[in-house]
Design a binder for this molecule. Sequence first.
Ligand code: DC
Length: 234
Amino acid sequence: MSQTHGRGGREQPVVAIDGPAGAGKSTAARRLAEHLGFVLVDTGALYRGVALSAQEAGVDWDDGVALGRLAESLDFAFHIAEDGTPSLRIAGVDREADIRSPAIARGASDVSRHPEVRAALLGLQRRLGAEGGVVLEGRDIGTVVFPDADVKVFLTASSQERARRRVNDLISRGQHPVFAAILEGIEARDAQDMSREAAPLKPALDAILLETDHMSLDQVVERLAEIVRNSSGA
Ligand code: DC
């Protein structure tokens, strides 16, 4: 089949899923990628990897120039387990558990403000998606990384709903979260991600907005699959 797809001239589409923390992007993007048989690229993991590596190397999360240099030197790869679970490897070492802590989440938001860091990760993200047949999940995929993505969805939910989901998630892991503190953390991260000058979190003009407050995960995945189907005219 030599037919090319959409704006990028690729045979398979690039699907961009952006949105704020806790909107259910990660799980929905993963389920969508599985459903389509596409590769999943969790771009937030790369920013988390920079924050973790900086912490370990003694580089300040405020030092954009040093962070940019560090980010350029890092050897990132995604390893996919047999059950489809992706994990981030840095220099060949599995760092998935280490990048998921709340401290590193905050660090990722800090380091992602710096244009030097964003520039250092841009080429890698584009290479990972270049062939198409990929779901990229992040904050600026439809606006900056793949402005010519074939499908762009901005997935969101109210901060209250996102905090509720996070609290339930933590309770199911045996933790005892305080709702107000979780809500405050989510709103602080939103404010920082939306107000930064470099690639702020915002929907692309041509993105489809999907507000998930009253949707189950299954409904979200089904709707995403439908959006992809409609975009390819299949
Ligand atoms: O999706 P996440 O929570 O793993 O993302 C961690 C941080 O990385 C988040 O605060 C914003 C930043 N990020 C970004 O600026 N651009 C992306 N494409 C992905 C994540």
